[in-house]
Design a protein around this ligand. Structure first.
Ligand code: 5GP
Ligand code: MG
Length: 177
């Protein structure tokens, strides 16, 4: 009993709210007249995306994509495949990828390559968090919420074994991975 790690708050809900507002303002200024397609990465980005789009008061579309990386535990193996693809065409559209975390960068790099094959008019990345110390593949994040240390994050959509997605704060568990 009581052996499960208790999540510690890294960024509280007020700070998240302010950061999502800042990102929305940046995205608004670049995309308000572009009718973009926001592509949320399931499952982790769904809370972030839900909060973000309600602050964007211009026409946009939402798509989801689900990827799986063959790997054990908390490390991305780099062997990624699309489990659930897009419902609508992104050819000629302005695409904005909405991520929860860019960690090694392998997932985002894969996704950029995958979507670029569909010939969008433009493509950029918006990520709630980034762990630059873990990068294996360089990724340009045009809209970044928080730079985070090398800790395992949960809450605000992020899970550990499907637990903790419902926490309203961004938390970490344990020490380093
Ligand atoms: P990458 O391919 O950049 O190494 O990892 C991308 C994915 O790994 C993220 O979108 C996320 O789903 C998962 N991930 C990486 N770090 C963390 C973390 O600290 N917490 C959780 N819950 N997922 C993570
Ligand atoms: Mg993810």
């Amino acid at each position: 009993m009581g052996l499960k790690p208790k999540p510690q708050v890294l960024f509280g809900r007020k700070e998240i709210e302010a950061t999502v507002s800042r990102l929305a303002a940046e995205i608004r200024s670049d995309y308000h007249d572009k009718h973009p397609v926001l592509v949320g990465i399931l499952k982790g980005a769904f809370v972030f995306l839900a909060d973000l789009i309600r602050l964007l008061d211009f026409p946009l579309e939402v798509e989801f994509i689900r990827l799986s990386s063959y790997g054990k535990g908390k490390e991305s193996s780099g062997k990624i495949r699309v489990v659930q693809g897009l419902d609508s065409e992104v050819k000629g559209r302005h695409v904005l990828i909405i991520e929860d975390i860019v960690d090694s960068g392998l997932t985002t790099t894969f996704l950029l390559d995958y979507l670029l094959q569909k010939k969008p008019a433009s493509i950029r990345v918006c990520s709630l968090t980034s762990k630059p110390s873990r990068r294996k593949s360089p990724v340009t994040i045009s809209y970044l919420g928080f730079t985070v240390p090398d800790k395992f994050l949960v809450g605000y959509g992020l899970d550990s074994g499907e637990e903790f997605r419902n926490l309203p704060d961004i938390c970490f568990i344990g020490g380093d991975k």
